[in-house]
Design a protein around this ligand. Structure first.
Ligand code: NAP
Length: 315
């Protein structure tokens, strides 16, 4: 694949809910819009099973919602290309150059919607047994754990949502959480508590994932007593938060201590004409609806930025 040499009006990096919404708005405003995605459209929802809190859909699977959003953006003329973004820099004039594994793309405006990926536990056995019982995607791998015992690590919405999903297959799901109370929303907690296959081990951390060819258990430590013990299990699903995909960005784009891109409420970054939307930003509430909201604002602000440039170049 080779990109055209003329600049796009808007290049969106990432095809999750924030990026696809930005693309929809930009393309619908007749801006020439290109979306760059490294994997599959949908971002995190592509690996989420049941979504119950996206308005207009009582229950929808993540992949189905992702496909609907993708088709919607394409219907207004947005192009989506699959490539890895490796860098972003200023080019001649006010243009931006996006370096990808398939060549460079020029853009008048850029919307960074590259989201985040699951954080690792960082314990022995985690990398070695990945794909052999260690998984970060219950939706993708849950069916391999029919009548098996799974450990889910974490106390947030993802841990409980994905743990609940795993109980469709697994005989037991043990949620290991480092504190004595969960971080997840009350709705997720109520669902988990009502599920007879879900158990909780509070005040414990996983110190090691055990097994030679496949996972056979985890070694946990009680953070109150310091006592260590082993729990036999077949699968380990870490859900201990998210790491922003921001490594490809230049130092001129301000990031916080966790690597998230700092914007103002109009989604503007420190570089004029570069916006950010969705999970790549620091924020308290991370929902599909808030990502979609960011994408809307970023696209409309990109359009406003381009309009001022058009006036300037005519004058
Ligand atoms: P999260 O809310 O950041 O929760 C991460 C969990 O992992 C926390 O319970 C945290 O413990 C624990 N943790 C972090 N580092 C750890 C470590 N090294 N060892 C052991 N435990 C560790 O992440 P998330 O659940 O992936 O959710 C991310 C965002 O998406 C949240 O804003 C969430 O609300 C949202 N989300 C929403 C839904 C929904 O509405 N249905 C579904 C999924 C995600 P502490 O509690 O002690 O910090």
């Amino acid at each position: 694949m080779a990109f055209k040499t003329e600049p796009y009006d808007v290049v969106v990096i990432g095809a999750g809910p924030a990026g696809l919404t930005a693309a929809l708005y930009a393309a619908r405003s007749n801006l020439e819009t290109l979306v760059l995605e490294k994997e599959v459209p949908g971002g995190q929802i592509a690996t989420t099973n049941d979504i119950e809190n996206y308005p207009g859909f009582r229950t929808v699977s993540g992949p189905e919602l992702a496909e609907t959003m993708e088709k919607h953006a394409r219907a207004f003329g947005a192009r989506i290309e699959f490539t890895v973004v490796e860098g972003l820099e200023m080019a001649e004039g006010e243009l931006k150059r996006i370096r990808t594994s398939d060549g460079d793309v020029l853009a008048r405006t850029v919307i960074i919607a590259s989201g985040s990926e699951p954080r690792k536990l960082g314990v022995p056995g985690e990398d070695r047994l990945r794909g052999r019982g260690v998984s970060y995607c219950a939706t993708c791998d849950g069916a391999f754990f029919q009548d098996k015992v799974c450990v889910v690590v974490g106390g947030g919405d993802s841990a409980l949502q994905e743990g609940n999903y795993l109980t469709r297959f697994a005989s037991r799901v043990i949620v290991v959480h480092r504190r004595d109370r969960l971080r997840a929303s009350e709705a997720q907690q109520a669902k988990a508590r009502a599920n007879p296959k879900m158990e909780f081990l509070f005040n414990h951390v996983v110190e090691e994932i055990l097994g030679e060819q496949r996972v056979t258990g985890v070694r946990v430590r009680d953070v109150v007593t310091g006592e260590r013990r082993e729990i036999a299990c077949d699968g380990v699903f870490p859900y201990v938060g998210l790491k922003p995909n921001s490594d490809f960005l230049p130092p001129e784009i301000e990031r916080d201590e966790l690597g998230r891109v700092v914007t103002d409420e109009r989604m503007r970054t420190a570089l004029p004409g570069v916006f950010a939307a969705g999970d790549i930003r620091p924020k308290e509430i991370r929902q599909i609806t808030t990502a979609v909201s960011d994408g809307t604002v970023a696209a409309m602000e990109a359009e406003a930025y381009l309009a001022t440039r058009a006036v300037a170049s005519r004058g």
